[in-house]
Design a protein around this ligand. Structure first.
Ligand code: HEM
Length: 155
């Protein structure tokens, strides 16, 4: 599991880069080596984050928190982060550097209200993927723990 035995937010390791695809039948036979691959790679994370932001865009609690009028760039940042965390390409590190998520969320007041709203949209997005339970569970558990760790204001 990525990130184990590390502070979940501040010391996110750069995940191992999956081996390059070989353009033969060998690659078709190769079992997935990362969670990222097992759930279907980039298109799966694209669907996840797109569904999540469709919810955020309509949410009266969350929408005012997002500084930009257009949520496309925010969507891309979260997608790159999750892709990287679960073992896909490290585009997040290349463009944004170290995640430092607690620090990056300091400008936003996150009580249990915002956290639960965030998790509500994320739950809908996760279940929309219709992953097998053994793949859905670690993703959802991670997101819950991460959201708990990012609450930064008392109720
Ligand atoms: C607990 C409720 C949460 C709220 C209310 C919240 C809110 C926000 C807001 C308002 C932004 C700024 C949007 C932007 O311009 O990028 C942001 C950025 C971001 N959030 Fe959250 N967030 C929450 C939880 C999480 C969790 C659990 C994760 C990771 C699993 C996460 C990952 C990110 C990332 C990667 C960025 C972009 C950071 C950057 O590179 O600037 N957030 N969040």
């Amino acid at each position: 599991m990525p990130g184990q035995a590390q502070c979940i937010m501040e010391e996110m390791p750069v995940p191992p880069v999956p081996p390059p695809d070989r353009p033969t039948a060998v690659s078709a036979a190769r079992p997935p080596t990362t969670y990222f691959e097992a759930v279907g790679g980039e298109p799966t994370f694209r669907r996840l984050v797109s569904r999540f932001y469709a919810g955020v865009a309509q949410d009266p609690v969350l929408r005012p928190l997002y500084p930009e009028q257009d949520l496309t760039a925010a969507e891309q940042r979260l997608r790159m982060f999750l892709v990287q965390y679960w073992g896909g390409p490290a585009d997040y590190a290349a463009t944004r550097g170290h995640p430092r998520l607690r620090m990056r969320h300091v400008p936003f007041r996150i009580t249990s209200v915002e956290r639960n709203a965030w998790l509500g949209h994320m739950h809908e997005a996760v279940t929309s993927l219709e992953l097998p339970p053994e793949l859905e569970a670690p993703l959802w558990d991670y997101l819950v723990n991460a959201a708990m760790a990012l609450q930064n204001a008392p109720d």
